[in-house]
Design a protein around this ligand. Structure first.
Ligand code: ATR
Length: 302
């Protein structure tokens, strides 16, 4: 695995990027900060297993400079890139073409350079759907799902995927209610078969609404810090719930711990991270993503 972090200035020439390496850099993850990204741990072993002569690098890109970074990578002949926080929204504007999912949520997490153009995708939502299937052996179709923190980037991707896959009811929960009300208007228009319900995080009715759902997902950033509590009260959980936290570090958040205390089934965001990565690799190299090798690689760092 290549643990180096490159900066925009390194894109001036191949020499800067590849000095001291026997393989050329061909894929990158763009973020700020980006040193903590686990993506190289799954994509480098995937490249190696496929016999592709190339490196997957981390590229630190300051806010406002993602378009410049993408053009630099294109000029150097890169295959594609992953886009992470805080660039997912700005990256959309840098693309010549984007897929439906990315357009709908306004954010791109994967790009591929095609005939001199930048094409964008968002694999977060589909990665979530695959994670739910793998962890709980259920599809989103017909489910009543509560998405907590649906105002953020991850939440919008998860909520959109639930609607796209035919969830019966989608409860969008957020500290700032207006954000999910705007999202609900958009999704309602596009997916009229799903019932949408917006609830503020501090609404006393949250408990009762949660109990009527089958799947509860935390997509908020509450839980990332070691001293964070759960974004929702312990009384929201029941034994029939399938509870997913998109956070994978720490592996057992307060949200999941409280759910476990109520005998709910739980899983963390490791599987979503893995599957969004597998989908990205399949965009760069159709049909070639080695799932188990990528899982193993990711496990070695999380
Ligand atoms: P993004 O994913 O767009 O970078 P974020 O700032 O990381 O956004 O926040 C992601 C989600 O976590 C949002 O839904 C946010 O709620 P708001 O829309 O009200 O900001 C939620 N979130 C972040 N900190 C929170 C907190 N302390 N309590 C409750 N929700 C919080």
């Amino acid at each position: 695995m290549n643990a180096d972090v490159f900066v925009l200035e390194d894109l001036v020439s191949r020499k800067m990027l590849d000095a001291g390496h026997d393989k050329p850099a061909i894929l990158a993850v763009l973020g700020f900060p980006v040193g903590h990204s686990a993506s190289p741990a799954m994509h480098q072993p995937a490249l190696d297993a496929c016999g592709i002569d190339g490196r997957y690098i981390r590229l630190e890109v300051p806010v406002g400079r993602v378009a410049e970074a993408l053009l630099g990578l294109r000029e150097l002949g890169f295959v594609g890139a992953n886009i992470t926080v805080p660039h997912k929204f700005a990256a959309l504007d840098a693309c010549h073409q984007v897929d439906d999912e990315a357009r709908l949520i306004g954010a791109v997490n994967t790009v591929k350079f095609v005939d001199g153009e930048v094409h964008g995708w968002n694999t977060d939502g589909l990665g979530f759907a695959r994670a739910i299937r793998e962890e709980f052996m259920v599809d989103l179709r017909g489910q009543r799902v509560m998405v907590i923190g649906a105002g953020g980037g991850a939440g919008q991707a998860v909520a959109t995927q639930c609607a796209r896959d035919g969830a019966e009811r989608l409860v969008l929960v957020n500290r700032t209610l207006e954000k999910v009300e705007t999202l609900a208007v958009l999704l309602r228009r596009r997916f009229p078969a799903t019932k949408f319900h917006c609830v503020a995080l501090n609404d006393p009715q949250l408990e009762g609404v949660a109990r009527q759902c089958q799947i509860l997902v935390n997509t908020s950033s509450v839980g990332l810090r070691a001293d964070d509590g759960s974004p929702v009260d312990a009384n929201c959980f029941a034994s029939h719930h399938l509870v997913y936290d998109t956070i994978y570090k720490p592996p057992l958040t307060s949200f999941l711990r409280q759910a476990l205390l109520q005998q709910a089934s739980v899983a963390n965001g490791f599987s979503m991270l893995l599957h969004q990565g597998v989908l990205a690799f399949d965009i760069w190299y159709p049909g070639r993503a080695p799932l188990e090798i990528m899982r193993q690689g990711l496990r070695s760092v999380s």
